[in-house]
Write a protein that binds this ligand. Sequence first.
Ligand SMILES: Nc1ncnc2c1ncn2[C@@H]1O[C@H](COP(=O)(O)OP(=O)(O)O)[C@@H](O)[C@H]1O
Ligand SMILES: [Mg+2]
Length: 246
Amino acid sequence: MPNTPYLDNSVAWRIKSGTLEFKEAGYGSTVETILTSGLATDVIGLISAGKEADVYLGTYHDAPIAIKVYRLYRTSHRGGGPIKLDSTGWMAALEFELMRQAWKGGVRVPAPARRVENMFSLRYLGDEQGPSPRLQEIELSQPESFLRTILQGVEDLASAGVVHTDLSAYNILVHAGEPWFIDFSEALRVDRTGDVPWMRLEQARKALESGFFALQKYFNRYGLSIDAETRASQIVDRLDKHGVLR
Ligand SMILES: Nc1ncnc2c1ncn2[C@@H]1O[C@H](COP(=O)(O)OP(=O)(O)O)[C@@H](O)[C@H]1O
Ligand SMILES: [Mg+2]
């Protein structure tokens, strides 16, 4: 995975010659880009500003739509100048594809609509008042059945060939009384496990366990527990069609 940021020669040259300004695209120019890309016909505003991506609310011929825009540049952790994150277009592509795969598999995720470079549009979950809340911000009236629905959702995701690597009460939206999974950046594809299947499956196990632990943190308040290891193992066993881990 091209996940390490790097400076290609042309960028390095432009820094040296001082012809490259390192600024994140501002709100105005991002809106402009969204409109010219045709992902929306109107941009209403920013829903969320994240570490790697921003989410905008727009309309597409009067229907509301969400647009996720990955950042083009990111400041290096080690200090020094900002670096080009070559992988942002690629990250948007990965998230778009895996959301599509989950959606086609019947999992409750906002339907992805279209991708252009580092941006993609998807169904907006919310109403005129604003976006639907994250599970983290919600007090559930029937936590037990809600948890059951989430756990079934994780199973359904795996059946659709997708493992979420950042599952938590922050990446589940509560819309129309149901849990909706969002934020599939860096999700894992598990229907095709590549040349070294056990590696992907072990990654999947880790991701599943840490997702269940993160959910456990939220469900503690209701006195509900999730058997993270057992659940993760059951899913991985099912994914391990060729028995490479046995
Ligand atoms: N389809 C959507 N409809 C409404 N709000 C959304 C949608 N997708 C994301 N959001 C909002 O944007 C926030 C950030 O989105 P997310 O995909 O989790 O990006 P990040 O990588 O920044 O965490 C979410 O917590 C949610 O509030
Ligand atoms: Mg998120």
